[in-house]
Design a protein. Structure first.
Length: 344
């Protein structure tokens, strides 16, 4: 089957929310609201202090902590991550400003058939599936040849700087430490990680009068190696699934929320697992976030690494990265069902 990437065009949710207090039926989700097992309190996911990797006296200790966080949680907060505060604050400001532009201006960057980049929504593959209460700007940002600048905002003028290399470098450093923790050959770091692709998803979740009946982002796991998420304003919304229950994540000020993605799960033959998460929305306030995804290069083979297969056998199939991504974007999000198709 020839698959092309893309998502069916849908209504702009920011405009929908501004125009009326009615929530169309397509956004009402039976699974969204309080359900048995829903935990109201936040969950304390592990906190990893990046500055401790830089100090020889503490780096081993922090690496072990990271190993446990990846093994037992698949999610952690990263503090003291060396990305200057001014850079983060400027990114946040620019993103807010972009989503505040008039709809006609944002529509200049609208997705086109067959491409997932641009302004719109993702994973819409049928005319009757339920929809997420959000608008998205999705861009391939690294390396430079992957960019499609026609989808990149020119307003605000400084927006494009938000896509600079700083976060890719940070992700590469983390992946290097994760590789060491799994005793992987350093070639893996070069082949699969360093030359890899970064894409950024800017998420805008408008307030919703029936917030407990919609979802900002359906439950899913990320189809990458690792994701770094920055919550742009102080509106909580991210939830992770743990022992079958949903728990809100409360980001520490200035921290990145980092999670292990499906490709890392596959490469590591299941040693580290991607975790299901979703986003709920607020009745009063909009929520914005920036998710940066880090993946191998487009021609890399995605499959369990030989050195981790020995003894136990491969638990996942091997496919090339391009086919993997086409498969990912061609079905609606449904927890980890996409990854299940990669299992033996
Ligand atoms: C994502 C994601 C979480 C958030 O973009 O994949 O899970 O907090 N975002 O918006
Ligand atoms: Ni995600």
């Amino acid at each position: 089957m020839e698959l092309t990437m893309g998502s069916l065009p849908v209504a702009n949710v920011q405009a929908l929310a501004a125009a009326s207090r009615d929530v169309p039926e397509r956004y009402i989700r039976p699974e969204a609201g309080a359900h048995p097992g829903f935990a109201d309190c936040g969950v304390d996911i592990p906190v990893i202090d990046f500055s401790r990797f830089l100090d020889p006296d503490s780096s081993r200790d922090e690496s072990s902590k990271l190993h446990l966080a990846c093994q037992n949680w698949g999610f952690f907060q990263l503090i003291n991550h060396t990305v200057p505060k001014e850079v983060i604050e400027k990114m946040k400001l620019d993103v807010r400003e972009f989503f505040q532009l008039p709809l006609e201006e944002k529509r200049q960057l609208a997705q086109v058939t067959g491409d997932v980049q641009g302004y719109g929504q993702l994973f819409v593959v049928s005319k009757d599936q339920k929809l997420d209460w959000a608008d998205v700007l999705y861009l391939n940002t690294q390396p430079a040849p992957e960019r499609c600048l026609r989808f990149w905002p020119t307003q605000p003028l400084t927006f494009r700087q938000a896509c600079r290399r700083t976060l890719k470098n940070l992700a590469d450093r983390l992946l290097e430490i994760m590789a060491k923790n799994l005793e992987l050959n350093p070639d893996v770091v070069t082949d699969k990680f360093k030359v890899g692709i970064q894409s950024i998803r800017f998420n805008y979740y408008p307030p919703c009068p029936q917030a407990d009946k919609v979802l900002g982002f359906s439950q899913h796991s990320d189809a990458d190696l690792i994701t770094l998420v920055l919550q742009v304003n102080q509106v909580q919304g991210l939830q992770i699934k743990r022992s079958g229950e949903w728990f809100p994540v409360m980001p520490l000020p200035g921290a990145f929320i980092v999670n292990v993605g499906d490709i890392f799960e596959i490469l590591s033959n299941g040693r580290y697992k991607s975790i299901e998460h979703r986003v709920v929305v607020n009745t009063e306030r909009e929520r914005l976030s920036i998710a940066t995804f880090h993946s191998p290069q487009s021609h890399a083979m995605i499959g369990p690494l030989q050195e981790l297969v020995r003894g136990s056998g491969a638990r996942y199939k091997t496919v090339n990265h391009e086919d993997f991504m086409k498969l990912f974007f061609s079905s609606k999000l449904d927890g980890k069902s996409f990854l299940d198709r990669m299992r033996y």
